[in-house]
Design a binder for this molecule. Structure first.
Ligand code: GLN
Length: 486
């Protein structure tokens, strides 16, 4: 049997009933990686021996009845989350050989639950990008068609789940980086509320926007991972002291009484007709499942790209100041002075997109420009947040496309950063407002590329997102489709 094709909840039952062992499962997934990784290129670091050791341990625990929620489940982790004794590159030359001395809290929680860490997966350098092409070690590919981008920045996470090179993955989302690749690869991706999941040990891109979240094969698995990674952490001052529900409970309810808002501004000019059709079809299914559909307005949507591309680079320019060749990672050895060493280490260590963002961010924060750019952007951010607050007074969740188009060809937009930035228009607002958003597979383009539906909700309303998403998943019945193109 192809165990790698199954979900966490299916495998859990087989593991608990001792029909399969964790070692058997891990070997099966490692074989799958061996078979398709040449084409997908999802992994930056793979640790087969470590994974098999963890699987043995999981088998011991299951045997003794001490198994956790993820005992024996092989997972991949985006290479921006610190892993003790396993290198964490952030997709950058500057951290190519960086081995963190500790695990991120989300990783600790995954390990405690019994997950088997297969390795670290590919991403845009420091999570800046929408295609994963900004990875210093070459881009991962879309498992549905390897000529196409898998999305980004959590491209390796989405690709590894879609290619069955792991059972589930953790990614991060600063402006869409979980939802967008999930949409392009036909998997589920959830960005939790800002503060729901600890960011301790997540290498910072834009600290007021970053969140860690799951990428999975279906909604049930997504709820399961949310149960594991959520919760207050004293090590992250922005994590919120909020009780963690059993997210799986949300999946048992129908959609009666749920109001779903359709934001007018998200059905923009330039929206691909196939994406629009898939979204409209999903909305129809949600209505048939009992939801009430209402049209709503988020009037400041037009400003979100401009606001995000000031706030995020501003925070990044400050966060990335720490890579100075002294404390972390790469150092140029041929410099004569300290200043030269800083200059050379950063010039050689960072890629073009990261440099672009550092320059934009430094400019936006510099005296004389701060008021016009950073301060103004922060003010408009507050207005975008207020739009959502108002809308959630009249509806429970919002449904819309995730991205304006399906995946495009590798290389197509790499020299056109502005058009790349514009493709983030439908995901960015959730991060600016701190609200949760999920991408659920909802169809395919004529070329056979996946399309996702985005569902967003008010702060800490992930259960409503999951409830709507689960009903859509059941109504569409496409979630079990796996790529046959590898
Ligand atoms: N595509 C967006 C960017 O390049 C979002 C990235 C992310 O969410 N990490 O900034």
């Amino acid at each position: 049997m192809s165990l790698h094709k199954l979900t966490i909840h299916e495998l859990q039952q087989m593991l608990a009933a001792r029909k399969i062992s964790a070692v058997e499962l891990t070997r099966d997934v490692l074989d799958r990686i061996e078979k398709v990784e040449d084409k997908v290129k999802a992994y930056i670091t793979l640790d087969p021996e470590g994974a098999l050791k963890q699987a043995e341990e999981a088998d011991r625990e299951i045997k003794e009845g001490k198994g956790g929620a993820l005992s024996g489940i092989p997972v991949s982790i985006k290479d921006v989350l610190c892993t003790e004794n396993m290198r964490t590159t952030c997709g950058s030359r500057i951290l190519e050989n960086f081995v963190p001395p500790y695990d991120a809290t989300a990783v600790v929680k995954m390990k405690k639950a019994g997950a088997v860490l297969l390795g670290k997966v590919s991403m845009d350098e420091f999570a800046m990008g929408s295609t994963s092409e900004n990875c210093a070690f070459g881009p991962p590919r879309n498992p549905w068609n390897t000529d196409y981008i898998c999305g980004g920045s959590s491209g390796g996470s989405a690709a590894s789940v879609a290619a069955d090179e792991c059972i589930a993955s953790l990614g991060t989302d600063t402006g869409g980086s979980i939802r967008q690749p999930a949409s392009h690869c036909g998997v589920v991706g959830l960005k939790p509320t800002y503060g729901r999941v600890s960011r301790y040990g997540l290498v910072a891109f834009a600290s007021s926007l970053d969140q860690i979240g799951p990428l999975t094969k279906d909604i049930t698995d997504c709820a399961l991972l949310m149960n594991v990674i959520s919760g207050y952490d004293p090590k992250d001052s922005t994590s919120v002291q909020q009780s963690v529900p059993d997210f799986r409970q949300a999946l048992t309810q129908g959609l009666q009484g749920m109001k779903i808002g359709i934001p007018r501004e998200y059905f923009i000019k330039g929206l691909d007709p196939e994406v629009e059709k898939a979204a409209q079809n999903s909305i129809k299914i949600l209505r048939e499942a009992g939801a009430e559909i209402v049209e709503v307005s988020l009037p400041h949507t037009d400003y979100c790209v401009a606001v995000y591309y000031l706030v995020a680079p501003a925070e990044a320019s400050s966060n990335l100041a720490r890579y100075d060749g002294v404390r972390y990672g790469f150092r140029d050895r041929n410099s004569d002075t300290l200043l030269e060493m800083y200059n050379n280490s950063r010039s050689q260590g960072f890629g073009a997109e990261v440099k672009r963002r550092i320059i934009i961010g430094t400019y936006a924060l510099s005296s004389g420009y701060y008021d016009a750019y950073y301060k103004k952007a922060s003010q408009v951010r507050t207005m975008i947040t207020a739009d959502f607050k108002k809308v959630f007074e009249v509806c429970d969740v919002l449904a819309s496309p995730v991205t304006p188009t399906p995946a495009w060809k590798l290389g197509e937009k790499i020299n056109d950063p502005l058009s790349m930035y514009l493709s983030d228009i439908l995901t960015i607002s959730a991060n600016l407002a701190g609200i949760p958003g999920i991408s659920v597979p909802c169809g395919f383009s004529a070329k056979g590329l996946p399309i996702g539906l985005q569902i967003q909700g008010a702060h800490f309303q992930e259960e409503k997102l999951l409830r709507a998403a689960y009903n859509l998943e059941q109504g569409l019945n496409i979630y079990h489709m796996r790529t046959e193109n590898l």
